[in-house]
Ligand binder design. Structure first.
Ligand SMILES: Cc1cc2nc3c(=O)[nH]c(=O)nc-3n(C[C@H](O)[C@H](O)[C@H](O)COP(=O)(O)O)c2cc1C
Length: 280
């Protein structure tokens, strides 16, 4: 298919046919990013040799605050351990995120102050900076950037991925399960596997660029009208997949008003404090 047509199709899927941004600079890397979709159905084909080394090299190539490299990753591939990770991320009804067991691997991305804490303390110094919220945030951002680089690398070789934020549902139990040291926690999981093409995920449309991108100063004057335009695209997407009718606003609201949505993550701060993170 000609490049221009691929570009049009991808942008139409991402924004809706009549709301595509213009002047997009195009190359294979940008096409790969715009083609992203989460994958929740995997085949049992084994992962290729070198998959982990490749993804970790991509992850380590992400920027990292002050080159402090305050993140780690645990690759869980043992089926019985993976089943336990799934149980911890399954939600109250035990049903959510069943695809964790289907995927050959879950990467657990860890904000990790333990290494640099030990390096500093070993010389009799007190790492007081680690007691501050900003350091927690720095290590969490580092872990997320590493995970996203791994995601992009995985997708570039045809592997499918989906993030598992539900890995924080029972953060304390998961930390124990995989032997995490103090001052570290799992920011999110990332499933890795070959997509099952019988159930491909679709490219999910996003908000119009004008909602999220601002020129020089933030402005949200026309928000309602722009969200309405997105609702039309969102509706068509769900209808196309035979999904229950729900507006995006309803999805936003149900994720905001009920602690049920948090599935245990409302206890995260307590778990992190016990593990040695500080929030000064
Ligand atoms: C940090 C993070 C956590 C997520 N956690 C989950 C999860 O626990 N289960 C799941 O099925 N999808 C999860 N997702 C995937 C999102 O639902 C998905 O990215 C979003 O619906 C947009 O779809 P797309 O990735 O296909 O574009 C997560 C995504 C992110 C970025």
């Amino acid at each position: 298919m000609p490049d221009k047509l691929i570009q049009q199709q991808l942008l139409a899927a991402r924004y809706g046919a009549d709301q595509q941004p213009e002047n997009i600079i195009w190359n294979t890397q940008i096409a790969g990013l715009i083609r992203h979709r989460s994958v929740r159905n995997f085949t049992d084909r084994p992962l290729p040799a070198g998959w982990l080394e490749t993804l970790v090299a991509a992850a380590q190539s992400a920027s990292t605050s002050s080159n402090l490299q305050q993140w780690s990753v645990v690759a869980v591939t043992e089926p019985s351990l993976k089943a336990q990770v799934r149980m911890l991320a399954a939600g109250d009804n035990g049903l959510a995120n069943g695809y964790i067991e289907q995927a050959p691997a879950i990467l657990l991305w860890i904000a990790d102050l333990s290494r640099n804490h030990a390096i500093t303390s070993a010389d009799g110094l007190y790492p007081q900076v680690h007691d501050y919220l900003d350091t927690f945030l720095m290590s969490s951002v580092d872990a997320a950037l590493a995970a996203q680089n791994a995601t992009v690398a995985a997708e570039s070789i045809g592997l499918g991925t989906v993030y598992i934020g539900a890995a924080r549902n029972k953060a304390k139990e998961l930390a124990e399960l995989i032997n995490l040291p103090e001052r570290s926690y799992v920011v999110c999981g990332l499933l890795i596997g070959w997509p099952d093409d019988r159930h491909p995920g679709d490219i999910r449309p996003r908000l119009p660029q004008s909602v999220v991108a601002h020129h020089n100063r933030y402005q949200a004057d026309d928000l309602d009208a722009q969200i309405d335009r997105y609702e039309a695209v969102f509706h068509a997407f769900r209808e196309g997949l035979g999904m229950k009718d729900k507006t995006w606003k309803q999805a936003v609201q149900s994720a905001a008003v009920s602690l049920e949505y948090m599935d245990g993550r409302q206890n995260l701060r307590e778990t992190l404090e016990k593990s040695g993170f500080g929030f000064k």
